[in-house]
Design a protein around this ligand. Structure first.
Ligand SMILES: *Cc1c(COP(=O)(O)O)cnc(C)c1O
Length: 449
């Protein structure tokens, strides 16, 4: 009972000078929580004594934990360029600076400067994208998952959509194509077998309830061996003959010719636009290398219907997204690939990677064991399934630490490396040259020199 009585009063307690400069309302709410739990523990006989200073320290610690930034800058040394867990595609600093001016002031997001009237949010980007792709119109939504949902909801609600069984994929983060289709109100008609779908499977499934023939890029998996699928070109033709809509969820998609022969595995948006499809959609932050967005391109009449769907209001994008996307699309149109970090990293020559790895090696070789390794990495983001590209890594061993321990020590210092063949390594495919001095310092810290 004596202990209960000595619990400080909140009003008095928060006057402690260690709380100076902190936000009072937050200090009060944390204090109430701390004192309440102290009270409960005293009643359960779990506390023998406490001091006011201890309580103050607890409150300050909780305050700091809550207010420190949760999203933090990391160095990606995994070699996976489109790393979904590490933020997927990066935005170039110069691009961000240009965009900063727009988003930190009023702007013409939905204002027609010539007419002095309300304008269209999507008009800023449509001219650029249509020029680049030769499409009639474009619509930008929150991400590609939204694009799939909006398209199905607009054109296939209470109607049938024909999809190959081999394309009913789960993409990660538990995005399952069949589930999204169900929630959109569309009825999914699966045709073919997992490994093989024929043209006649689609033909036979068409009836008066059919509204759409849909193709989905397999993204993070591949079917090899005894398999076949129907080309999108064929589906476009079949759709036209039956007055249906054809739609290809391309997943990543890409707008430039990819290196290392990756074009075979990842569909090119430009190539498919030439077939004059009804609709295509793809992500903004996979191989396009921009912000999170879903880009829908295709025929004007269909895009116009999408724009009329009330759901668009929930899926629309902010000025920040549009402004960054506009800059990145412009860079692509002008061939300035170096302004798009994802593409820049993808196109960096192995010799250049080796040069960078050697810069770090030269600065640390006398304090740890390290050697250059020519190896392979994946691109990530559910793109180019099972394909690897060449890369260069620095295998590092400090003291007698095991690879798992090395990985943890570096992670604690916000460098995410990878373990390969029981070795810890830093992959230079994703390390920026500016980050090398920071890594050098971390190696020294871990080696205690
Ligand atoms: C990645 C992917 C999506 C989801 O795209 P987000 O932009 O991440 O929403 C949808 N479909 C396919 C085939 C994908 O690969």
């Amino acid at each position: 009972m004596f202990l209960l009585k000595s619990i400080p009063k909140v009003d008095k307690f928060i006057e402690n000078e260690q709380f100076n400069g902190l936000a009072t309302s937050l200090v009060v709410s944390i204090t109430q929580e701390v004192l309440q739990s102290l009270r409960e523990n005293i009643l359960k006989n779990k506390v023998e004594s406490f001091s006011e200073d201890e309580l103050v320290q607890t409150v300050v610690q909780k305050y700091n934990e809550l207010t420190k930034p949760s999203l933090q800058k990391l160095i990606n040394a995994t070699g996976v360029i489109v790393h979904t867990n590490l933020g997927r595609s990066l935005i170039d600093t110069k691009t961000f600076d240009k965009v900063k001016e727009i988003v930190t002031s009023y702007n013409n997001l939905e204002y027609d400067l010539e007419k002095g009237k309300r304008g269209e949010r999507y008009s800023h980007i449509s001219k650029l994208i249509c020029r680049l792709l030769g499409c009639e119109d474009v619509l930008i939504v929150n991400n590609n998952a939204s694009a799939v949902f909006l398209i199905l909801n607009t054109f296939a609600k209470k109607k049938e959509v024909i999809v190959s069984r081999g394309e009913l994929v789960e993409i990660g983060g538990s995005f399952r194509v069949p589930d999204v289709m169900k929630h959109s109100g569309a009825k999914l008609v699966e045709v073919g077998a997992t490994n093989k779908t024929h043209f006649s499977d689609y033909e036979d499934a068409i009836n008066e309830k059919t509204s759409m023939l849909m193709k989905v890029h397999k993204s993070n998996y591949s079917i090899e061996g005894f398999s076949s699928e129907v080309e999108f070109k064929e589906l476009i033709k079949l759709s036209k003959e039956n007055s249906l809509i054809d739609y290809y969820d391309m997943g990543s998609g890409h707008l430039v010719d990819l290196p290392y022969g990756l074009d075979i595995y990842e569909p090119s948006v430009l190539k498919y636009m030439k077939e004059e499809p009804s609709l295509l959609s793809f992500s903004g932050d996979k191989l396009l290398g921009s912000v999170q967005a879903g880009i829908i391109v295709g025929k004007k009449e269909y895009i116009a219907k999408l724009k009329k769907n009330q759901l668009l209001r929930m899926l629309r994008v902010d000025k920040l997204t549009l402004a960054i996307l506009e800059e990145n699309i412009k860079s692509t149109l002008l061939g300035n690939i170096d302004d798009i970090p994802t593409l820049k990293m993808l196109f960096t020559e192995v010799d250049k990677l080796k040069e960078n790895a050697n810069i770090l090696k030269r600065s640390i070789y006398n304090i740890c064991t390290c050697n250059i390794l020519e190896t392979k990495t994946v691109i990530g983001g559910g793109t180019t399934p099972n394909r690897t590209i060449p890369t260069v890594a620095l295998v590092i061993k400090i003291k007698e630490y095991k690879p798992a321990k090395m990985e943890k020590l570096f992670r604690e210092k916000k460098v995410i490396g990878r373990i390969e063949d029981d070795k810890f390594l830093l992959d230079f495919r994703t390390i920026n040259i500016d980050e090398i001095p920071r890594i050098e310092q971390i190696v020294k810290d871990i080696a205690d020199v």
